[in-house]
Design a protein around this ligand. Structure first.
Ligand code: CAA
Length: 260
């Protein structure tokens, strides 16, 4: 499929999805949101893709937020619809059955920070800046920021960032657990590709179950979460990859996973 605002490059088991609207710092409008839905739906069924890397075009921004010019004239009903569209897209990314890495190459503000948080892992370039500046515009985060930021960095830190609208740099994002690691800007895509390649070399069913267990487990009480994890662990033993992975260990050789 052709996209007007996304670039997609598939190599070595990873799809790099680049939001390509650099003149507006990759601000999210309805077109980009709908294209992201379509792109992730397409990549879901592509067996050549084990992992997705999401990034922004240009050296300055990952995504500087939802499109303020498009939002300014909206009434309450239309704004609610726009927020629900954002939630649906980010939920699709969060529930995507393969790992999604955000390669944060600059500003990740508002909807951009929310998009990065819907990904499984965030690798930040040294020039990355994170924030939820919506209160500066007289609104609150609308694509899940109040929910995901508090889950990622804790309630107190999330409230401070959301109430003040302050931007934090990559090192501070790393310190509070918002970024998994910080790399030089010129190494960002290589670092994301290298992590994606490592993940792609593992058993894909096991990686998918691990993602499901972490994400669903956090929303359940420990007792139910424990049973959910044990059931998924059991299901792994219905795969050829479990037999191969354990046999390879016993044979002292690298495993060859097939995803079956
Ligand atoms: N929406 C629309 N356009 C945006 C934008 C956004 N979120 N962010 C930047 N742009 C546009 C600017 O209007 C500007 O366009 P023009 O060249 O046509 O004037 C262009 O991108 C470059 O931006 P700046 O000139 O402002 O660049 P800068 O380096 O001086 O500042 C910045 C960079 C600090 C990121 C600044 O652009 C900024 O503060 N952007 C807005 C950040 C923001 O408030 N994001 C939250 C949006 S609300 C939201 O996301 C709600 C939600 O939760 C869903």
């Amino acid at each position: 499929m052709n996209y007007s605002s996304l670039l997609i490059d598939i190599a070595d088991g990873a799809a790099v999805v680049t939001i390509n609207r650099p003149a507006a710092l990759n601000a999210l409008n309805a077109v980009i949101l709908e294209e992201l839905t379509a792109a992730f739906a397409e990549l879901k069924g592509n067996n050549a893709v084990a992992c997705v890397i999401l990034t922004g075009s240009g050296a300055k921004a990952f995504v500087a937020g939802a499109d303020i010019a498009a939002m300014q004239p909206l009434d309450a009903v239309a704004a609610g619809q726009f927020a629900r569209l954002g939630h649906a897209v980010l939920n699709d990314i969060e529930k995507f059955p393969k790992p999604v890495i955000a390669a944060v190459n600059g500003f990740a503000l508002g909807g951009g920070c929310e998009l990065a948080m819907a990904c499984d892992i965030r690798i930040a370039a040294e020039n990355a800046r994170f924030g939820q500046p919506e209160v500066n515009l007289g609104v609150i985060p609308g694509f899940g920021g109040t929910l995901r930021l508090s889950r990622l960095v804790g309630k107190g830190r999330a409230k401070e960032l959301i109430f003040t609208g302050d931007m934090i740099d990559a090192q501070e994002a790393y310190r509070i657990g918002l970024a998994n690691k910080v790399v030089a800007a010129e190494d960002l895509l290589a670092a994301a590709r290298s992590m994606a390649a490592k993940i792609a070399s593992k058993g894909p069913v096991a990686v998918r179950f691990a993602k499901e267990s972490v994400d669903n487990g956090l929303e359940m009480d420990l007792d139910r979460a424990g049973r959910f994890e044990a059931d998924l662990f059991g299901l792994c033993f219905a795969t050829a990859d479990q037999k191969e992975g354990m046999q390879a260990f016993l044979d002292k050789r690298p495993a060859k996973f097939t995803g079956r």
